[in-house]
Ligand binder design. Structure first.
Ligand code: AMP
Ligand code: ZN
Length: 112
């Protein structure tokens, strides 16, 4: 399967990793939309939030218990935003589940 984020997990494509464990990793977005912009992904290929199910949801809950630690490591002490784009209307460009973590400044209150 031709997946850029699986290639990052495998080390075939370089990334600026800020966190990694057995189940997930986080790396800086190549095209940052905020002073701090990283992506948190499961190591397992899941295409989007639409493909979360009873079997793979444990990695998603793991990611959500890990995000506060990643945010702390990135010094996002004043808050941050978590976004996951799903499908065409949300402009999902990489079909491997990822959570954008945005912060480091006051963000716009418009989300769409
Ligand atoms: P989305 O549009 O929600 O699918 O988000 C995909 C994100 O992946 C975008 O913010 C891209 O800038 C980012 N991205 C694409 N390729 C890379 C890469 N090689 N390293 C880091 N971030 C990437
Ligand atoms: Zn993948």
């Amino acid at each position: 399967m031709d997946c850029i984020f699986c290639a990052i997990v495998n080390g075939d494509i370089p990334s600026k990793k800020v966190y990694e464990d057995k189940f997930c990793c986080a790396f800086l977005d190549i095209n940052p939309q905020a002073p701090v912009h990283c992506l948190v992904i499961p190591k397992e290929h899941i295409s989007s939030c639409n493909e979360i199910n009873e079997t793979n949801v444990s990695v998603v809950s793991h990611i959500f218990t890990t995000i506060p630690k990643i945010a702390k490591a990135l010094n996002l002490t004043n808050g941050y935003r978590i976004i996951s784009n799903v499908g065409e209307d949300a402009c999902q460009s990489v079909k491997h589940l990822h959570f954008h973590i945005l912060g480091g400044a006051k963000l716009t209150d418009k989300m769409g």
